[in-house]
Design a protein around this ligand. Structure first.
Ligand code: NOJ
Length: 551
């Protein structure tokens, strides 16, 4: 029996229904060659650490060739490895070693946009207006001065600045750039929902779908276990590219612009991808970044679409029991309607670390532990973002070191959740992030005191956040094995007096989180796990979570 088969529970539970996946942001995980940027060699060397947590697999954010304008989410070759991260041989080694350790490997696929350096976008620029090459993207001619009978733009400087519609970029500013601002003949604009270096594919052109089938096959043929789909709900734009009824919004441009989000046609893509994923044995997993309300997001995980989609309504919650219960019950209603178990996450590389979101300092750290323990007891698969198991806080990255394009264009900085991990407690350059002898500064500076969170120190401390997460994962696996946890569990949420949040997972099992400021009495039950020590009288101190069996 292979290491992967051993991780499968019972034949009627698919591995991804019970899975916990660890998100790796390769740039910041481990640096094998000492250039200050994490890479495949570093990740491979550190895979045993991930396996020791007791997770089922990893999701790697992009390492494919890219100009790195958006840290790899601007892909110029979907089927390669950027030399910054290593080589394809190194990827093959990583995949084999992960599998040998019993870890599945999911990659990111970015189907909404590519890099402006992608050969097909370059070909489109070169081919000019009206060409089939341009039809792979959204090129739209700007207005033409009719004063000379439709001549090509003589004396129309003001018209040079009129984009095809009012859509705004998620990163700030308009979502359109001129294809060739120096040409009077080429009046095309092209669409980019993110930065101008990330042109959007035109999914209404069937050639785009065919192209991505090839990308999926390439990685699936290699044995990659699944794909996380970037901005999965945005591939199709409303036919005719009409104006947005809202001004578009700067930072949350997708949600506030219904013309670029959640178009019905997009579901056909995922039906096609699911069919493709199921041509492989074992079936490949599709997990979507579907940043929509629960009822809409659940439609992406209907039986013939993706198997998982992140519960985004949950991802960004603060320390607010009423909000947790409301979102939890909404997700449960969506599950009952569409059979779509939520996929839980509290952190990823785009959002403020939960320690900081939940108040920062010691209280934030306690709450983040409690929240993560709660998450791991909820019904459905879960994702942990690298460093979350350590209780890392958000870092205030110095202004001069910020590289996030969203910071430059929209004033929101995601770098603080992406600072390279501390592996060792010593003050040596990079805290063990770089494995090589001679090391460059990490690509984002680690703050003073970073070593106090080090993996090495937490591994030796039975009270550490790392020790707690490892224990929770072990117990979770046991509960699945013993069928206390099952794939059809739901979640009924309520807030009890004293701001005690309770999620009943089944008739037997519940999770309770003390979200108030005073100790609270626990509902009757036998405690299996608590995020912090329990008081002798069985009352729950604030900012603690328990998993319990009903008596
Ligand atoms: C979501 C990714 O997680 C984020 O990092 C990226 O900037 C955008 N999609 C655009 O690809």
């Amino acid at each position: 029996m292979s290491a992967l088969e051993e991780t499968t529970l019972t034949p009627d539970v698919k591995w991804w229904q019970s899975a916990v996946i660890y998100e790796v942001y390769p740039r910041s995980f481990a640096d094998g060659d000492g250039d200050g940027v994490g890479d495949l060699a570093g990740l491979t060397a550190r895979l045993p650490y991930i396996a020791s947590l007791g997770v089922d697999g990893i999701w790697m954010t992009p390492f494919q060739p890219s100009p790195q304008v958006d840290q790899g989410y601007d892909v110029s070759d979907y089927c390669g490895v950027d030399p910054l991260f290593g080589t394809m041989e190194q990827f093959d080694t990583l995949l084999a070693e992960a599998h040998a350790l019993g870890l599945r490997v999911l990659l990111d696929v970015v189907p909404n946009h590519c890099s402006s350096a992608h050969p097909l976008f370059q070909a489109a620029l070169a081919a000019g207006p009206g060409s089939p090459e341009r039809d792979m993207f959204h090129f739209v001619p700007g207005p033409v001065d009719m004063s000379d009978g439709g001549g090509l733009g003589t004396g129309v400087a003001d018209l040079d600045d009129v984009p095809p519609n009012n859509w705004q970029s998620v990163f700030g500013g308009r979502a359109w750039s001129r294809a060739n601002p120096d040409s009077a003949r080429d009046r095309d604009w092209y669409l980019h929902l993110f930065s101008p270096e990330q042109p959007d594919w035109n999914w209404r052109n069937p050639a785009v779908g065919d192209y991505f089938d090839g990308v999926l096959r390439f990685w699936f043929d290699k044995g990659v276990d699944g794909l996380r789909i970037d901005v999965a709900h945005a591939l199709f734009k409303a036919d005719g590219l009409p104006d947005s009824p809202s001004a578009g919004g700067v930072v949350d441009g997708l949600r506030s612009n219904p013309q670029v989000s959640d178009q019905e046609e997009v579901h056909e893509v995922y039906r096609r991808w699911r069919t493709l994923a199921e041509k492989y044995e074992p079936h490949r997993l599709l997990v979507g970044e579907v940043n929509l309300e629960p009822a809409r997001a659940a439609r992406y995980t209907r039986a013939d679409e993706m198997q998982q989609a992140f519960a985004f309504a949950f991802v960004k919650l603060g320390w607010d029991p009423a909000a947790w219960a409301a979102v939890g019950n909404e997700l449960e209603a969506a599950r009952q309607l569409h059979g779509a178990t939520p996929t839980w996450a509290l952190e990823n590389h785009d959002i403020v670390r939960s320690v900081t979101r939940f108040g920062g300092g010691d209280v934030g750290a306690l709450r983040a532990r409690a929240a993560l323990v709660a998450l791991l007891g909820l019904p459905g698969p879960a994702y942990i973002y690298q460093g979350q198991e350590l209780g890392l806080p958000e870092v205030e990255v110095p202004l001069e070191s910020r590289v996030d394009p969203m910071w430059a264009r929209g004033g929101v900085c995601r770098d603080g959740a992406r600072v390279p991990l501390p592996w060792t407690g010593d003050d040596a350059l990079s805290h063990g992030f770089s494995l090589a002898e001679s090391v460059a500064e990490p690509w984002l500076p680690q703050p003073a005191g970073w070593g106090a969170h080090a993996i090495e120190l937490q591994q030796q401390n039975p009270e550490s956040s790392l020790a707690l997460v490892t224990k929770a994962l072990e117990l979770r696996r046991l509960l699945w094995k013993n069928e206390v946890f099952g794939p059809n569990d739901g979640g009924t949420w309520r807030v009890e007096p004293g701001n005690l949040l309770v999620c009943e997972r089944s008739a037997d099992f519940f999770v309770a989180v003390a979200m108030g400021t005073e100790p609270v009495r626990l509902p009757a039950g036998t405690v299996l796990l608590s995020a912090a020590p329990l008081a002798a009288d069985g009352w729950l101190q604030p900012n603690n979570t328990v998993w319990a069996l009903r008596d």
